[in-house]
Write a protein that binds this ligand. Structure first.
Ligand SMILES: Cc1cc2nc3c(=O)[nH]c(=O)nc-3n(C[C@H](O)[C@H](O)[C@H](O)COP(=O)(O)OP(=O)(O)OC[C@H]3O[C@@H](n4cnc5c(N)ncnc54)[C@H](O)[C@@H]3O)c2cc1C
Length: 369
């Protein structure tokens, strides 16, 4: 370790922690990141990067080589026989395996001069820094980027405002040539599959449900269209699971400790916006460090969370409500322009004001279909 003192100590070297390390180094701050795992960590994730997520990455100076992923040009919803889809109004997304994304972020963070301590657990917070197994490191700011189950959040006294809404995600890769350049969301009665192309011969399936027991092999037959698409494709690697909690925290900083990424309150994985939020929050937090004013970060964090939170509420309203889902899909099928508008709002290209007339039309159609 280069010293016992730093400007920023980041606890957790997942996407949020590494992004924060890069953003803080871009502003000339000294950064140490500690993660209890080894680099290249895998985690259950749908692995779809939306166009705006790539935009946030590019502000961090991170370009993902095209060869490491597969282009994603839009979103398709499939509900039994019903299908609606639209291309992204601007730009293209990318499906990238989580380990490849992690390796690129780690390389960039280390290349910008952040000190990365792998296999290093943080044991607790000290008055002026953090406690590692063998020593204390003093830091002007401490950042909790230790994920949805953040212990640091609790150590800092930054608990949840309300009981988080919890769902469970499982991810598995399949060896199969991608049949689509869209993220496909397959709706079942008690689960969804979020499917992204992530390689020339690889698709990523993420299962989302309220049950911690439901696994991909058990859920697949409930979605015959997806099971047929996969055919006899070989599953690759292990099935990985993670909890995804939708939580809003009253505060995302206290004194010299700030929260970023899933530790700062997550959004349901069905939105595909977790990584966008993590990267955008990291950029905003580094800016606040430079200004010496973490209240600015809290305000930016709140603004960033609004759109994904609305989208999560809308999408989760369809979970477990087959009749409503059929009607919504019928309206979108009859008027694909409305689905295109929803997607434009989802990826931040249309504002709520732009969508006002379409929302009224959607509401009217839904009531009369
Ligand atoms: C099933 C599923 C599908 C998803 N699909 C998508 C998608 O398609 N697109 C998208 O944008 N988002 C998606 N997300 C969300 C996205 O994966 C998360 O938002 C993202 O992983 C958050 O990153 P993070 O760095 O905040 O947390 P994490 O990735 O959880 O990283 C936290 C890190 O902290 C470390 N750590 C924890 N405690 C300590 C400690 N005490 N000391 C040191 N290190 C510690 C851990 O080892 C870990 O590396 C999905 C989520 C799930 C569950």
């Amino acid at each position: 370790m280069s010293g016992e003192r730093t400007d920023v100590f980041v606890i957790g070297g997942g996407p949020a922690g590494l992004a924060l390390a890069i953003a803080a180094r871009q502003r000339g701050l000294r950064v140490i990141v500690a993660d209890r795992c080894a680099p290249g960590t895998d985690k259950a994730c749908g692995e779809g990067l939306l166009p705006e997520t790539l935009g946030a990455l590019s502000r961090l100076g991170v370009q993902i080589p095209a060869a490491l992923g597969e282009p994603i040009r839009g979103i398709r919803f499939v509900n039994g026989e019903q299908t609606v889809e639209s291309g992204f109004p601007l730009g293209c997304g990318l499906g990238v395996p989580r380990t490849a994304l992690h390796a690129i972020l780690a390389e960039r963070a280390s290349g910008c001069g952040a000190e990365l301590l792998w296999k290093t657990s943080v044991r607790g917070l000290e008055r002026e820094g953090v406690a590692l197994a063998t020593k204390t490191v003093r830091a002007r700011w401490v950042v909790a980027a230790d994920g949805g189950n953040s212990a640091v959040r609790h150590w800092a006294g930054l608990g949840a405002e309300s009981r988080p809404r919890r769902r469970f995600g499982f991810r598995r890769h399949y060896r199969v040539r991608p049949w689509t350049d869209r993220v496909e969301v397959y709706w079942g009665d008690d689960c969804q599959f979020y499917v992204s192309p992530v390689g020339p011969e690889m698709m990523c399936l993420a299962l989302l449900s309220r049950s911690p027991e439901l696994r991909i092999a058990e859920a697949l037959p409930r979605i015959p269209a997806l099971a047929a698409r996969l055919g006899s494709a070989t599953p690759l690697g292990k099935e990985r699971g993670a909890m995804c909690a939708t939580a809003r925290l009253p505060h995302v900083f206290r004194e010299h400790v700030a929260l970023v990424g899933d530790a700062s309150g997550g959004v349901d994985a069905i939105t595909g916006q977790g990584l966008f939020l993590a990267f955008s929050q990291a950029l905003a937090l580094a800016k606040a460090f430079e200004a010496g004013d973490l209240a600015r970060y809290e305000a930016a964090h709140r603004r960033l969370a609004q759109r994904p939170a609305v989208m999560a509420r809308l999408l989760l309203a369809l979970d477990g409500r087959p009749r409503l889902r059929r009607r919504v899909m019928q309206v979108f099928g009859d008027e694909p322009r409305l689905f295109a508008r929803l997607l434009a709002a989802h990826v931040g290209v249309a504002s709520p004001a732009d969508c006002a007339v379409d929302s009224l039309r959607f509401g009217w159609r839904l009531a009369t279909v």
